[in-house]
Design a protein around this ligand. Structure first.
Ligand SMILES: Cc1cc2nc3c(=O)[nH]c(=O)nc-3n(C[C@H](O)[C@H](O)[C@H](O)COP(=O)(O)OP(=O)(O)OC[C@H]3O[C@@H](n4cnc5c(N)ncnc54)[C@H](O)[C@@H]3O)c2cc1C
Ligand code: SF4
Length: 316
């Protein structure tokens, strides 16, 4: 076991300041990802800052008709909130498609966005992995990559982002709010929050060192029919092979984001103009730059068929 120190912060400012003054510190929220990674010695923070007592556990209405979801709101509470079920049903559905009840009771909004990839080589410390150990190589590129990315990958990493919730946040145009140790705040559009791997796969997001997520803001409701369809190897308690989050309006226009295909929730607003023409036209544009392996090429027709089924369901 690697020794580490621990403190319980009492406010967001205190937590961010503690992270700024302590080298190699990490926030811990529900702990459902971080503690697993520490046990496997994939993450080895020297200091843990427990953020469970800093508030930020409320869902509040914003002046412009949206919702502000505190960073510590548990996945179960967010999925069950009446306003979310009514106006942001794609989010509720995505949350309920993730993990299991016990995990959702513990997992938080911020922690879910920041959970790390499920690439098997990332979890095996005997294998090369540029994300875990920059410069060591990528075991998955020539190895077992059936579950990994088909678009936006690089020669350094073809991992996917595992969150269901983040895909719904992307289709809803959410904004991530943060505070830093010096008190400075930022609002980061979700489109710019998760990164593609490029030559720095170790950085999953654009969050800066010691920056604390305080909330995720949802704009006023977009209306339409909200659907989230997750395709996985087992019917429950499994990560997505691919997933589709869609908001479809009566005239057939709408928005769509994909999970399980890239290092970040995948959305291309230009492809959405094709929605009235059907799933094939949208998929062609959405995945125009796809680069598949022999093992994961099945994801392209799977996206098209799943999107087709989602659009048909939206039409009723
Ligand atoms: C068996 C299993 C199955 C799962 N299945 C699914 C699934 O199907 N779909 C899915 O989407 N997820 C799934 N998950 C992942 C689960 O949703 C995440 O582990 C959970 O959402 C992480 O939230 P947490 O609060 O526990 O994060 P933690 O483990 O506490 O933290 C995760 C990361 O976020 C950072 N962090 C936490 N809070 C903040 C903050 N406020 N500001 C800045 N950084 C912060 C931590 O430092 C850490 O790096 C599964 C997990 C397990 C163990
Ligand atoms: S795909 Fe990414 S996470 Fe997986 S082994 Fe390669 S570098 Fe590591």
């Amino acid at each position: 076991m690697k020794p580490f120190t621990y403190e319980r912060a009492k406010s967001p400012a205190e937590a961010a300041a503690a992270a700024a003054r302590t080298p190699n510190a990490k926030f811990v929220a529900g702990g459902t990802n971080l503690l697993d990674l520490m046990k496997l010695q994939i993450e080895a923070p020297q200091h843990l800052i427990d953020v469970n007592n800093i508030g930020l556990d409320k869902i509040e209405e914003t002046p412009d008709g949206g919702l502000r979801v505190g960073a510590l709101v548990r996945n179960t509470d967010l999925a069950a909130d009446q306003r979310v079920r009514r106006d942001y049903a794609v989010l509720s559905r995505a949350l309920l498609a993730g993990a299991n009840c016990q995990l959702r009771n513990q997992a938080t909004t911020a922690g879910n966005l920041l959970q790390r990839t499920r690439c098997p080589y990332f979890y095996d410390t005997n294998q090369p992995c540029n994300k875990r150990s920059p410069g060591s190589g990528c075991g998955a590129l020539q190895g077992y990559n059936r579950q990994l990315a088909v678009v936006g990958a690089s020669d350094a990493c073809i991992a996917t982002h595992p969150s269901d919730m983040a895909v719904a946040m992307r289709v809803l145009d959410a904004t991530v709010e943060t505070v830093s140790g010096d008190g400075a705040t930022r609002s980061i559009p979700i489109a710019d929050f998760h990164r593609l791997p490029g030559d720095r796969p170790q950085d999953d997001t654009t969050l800066r060192a010691a920056e604390l997520i305080t909330a995720v803001t949802l704009p006023k409701p977009a209306g339409g029919t909200h659907l989230y369809r997750k395709v996985r190897d087992r019917a429950s308690f499994a990560f997505a092979l691919i997933s589709v989050a869609a908001i479809v309006q009566r005239d057939g226009s709408g928005r769509v984001a994909l999970g399980g295909v890239a290092h970040k929730p995948w959305r291309n607003e230009a492809a959405e103009a094709e929605m009235p023409r059907g799933a094939q036209a949208v998929t062609r544009k959405l995945l125009a730059e796809a680069r598949t392996t022999e093992q994961n090429a099945f994801k392209l027709p799977l996206v098209e068929r799943t999107l087709g089924s989602v659009l048909a369901e939206a039409k009723g």
